[in-house]
Design a protein. Structure first.
Length: 230
């Protein structure tokens, strides 16, 4: 029986062996209807609306260019949950390309935990990215917005300064509307409430949550609307 020290030596030799090639775990290429895929119960990734819009824009613009990854042993999705959900929203029987990989359940966890984060570790060369993006015209608003954000984050185009957008706008200051003092008043009977209401010349019902003294009209915010300049 191989002891721990021998096993470690064997592993070290294999890692240092430059002729050692990575094992191909892909066992099948195929396609099947979107409603036949099985979501992984351990999938922890969530997809915000902006990502959904960009993903939808990519699929609309160029279609399927990368397959969904499925475990051959459990038949669960390892990568591509959002793409499947988008396909289901369009047509449940739409054919989706996928590959099956023969991995253990522990390896499934490794893939679920690291597949996207490893991709996210990539950085961009600014000049190469600039050259790439200059030739991109998606015709899709969500995808174009994603490209502009990518360009701004990597210094291809300057980040928008909110102060620049305010140039030429009217001066504005918030008026301090905080009350001088607030107190809570407790009433023992409904008669006490009515007597207090008469004393301050205001109406108080069982739905009244607060009042202002002396009384003043509530501001109707609906009358404050913006208008475009001609």
């Amino acid at each position: 029986m191989l002891d721990l020290a021998d096993w470690r030596q064997s592993l070290t030799r294999r890692l240092n062996d430059k002729s050692n090639v990575w094992q191909n775990r892909i066992v099948r290429h195929s396609e099947q209807p979107a409603n036949q895929f099985l979501a992984h119960d351990l999938n922890a990734r969530r997809h915000p609306a902006a990502q959904r819009d960009a993903l939808r824009g990519s699929l609309d613009s160029v279609g399927w260019v990368a397959p969904v990854i499925v475990s051959a042993r459990t038949q669960k999705i390892l990568d591509g949950h959002a793409r499947i959900e988008e396909a289901l929203s369009r047509n449940e029987s739409a054919l989706v390309p996928f590959i099956e990989v023969d991995v253990s359940e522990n390896e499934e966890r490794i893939i679920l935990a690291t597949f996207d984060p490893i991709t996210g570790l990539a950085t961009y060369d600014r000049e190469s990215l600039d050259e790439l993006l200059r030739g991109v015209d998606t015709g899709n608003a969500a995808l174009q917005s994603l490209i502009e954000d990518l360009a701004a984050q990597n210094g291809v185009i300057p980040l928008q300064n909110p102060n620049d957008l305010w140039q030429g706008m009217p001066e504005f200051e918030n008026e301090d509307l905080k009350p001088f003092q607030s107190i809570i008043v407790h009433f023992e009977t409904s008669g006490d409430v009515e007597e207090f209401a008469r004393a301050i010349n205001q109406t108080i019902t069982n739905k009244t949550k607060s009042i202002v003294y002396p009384y003043r009209e509530r501001t109707d915010l609906k009358k404050y609307v913006t208008e475009d300049e001609p």
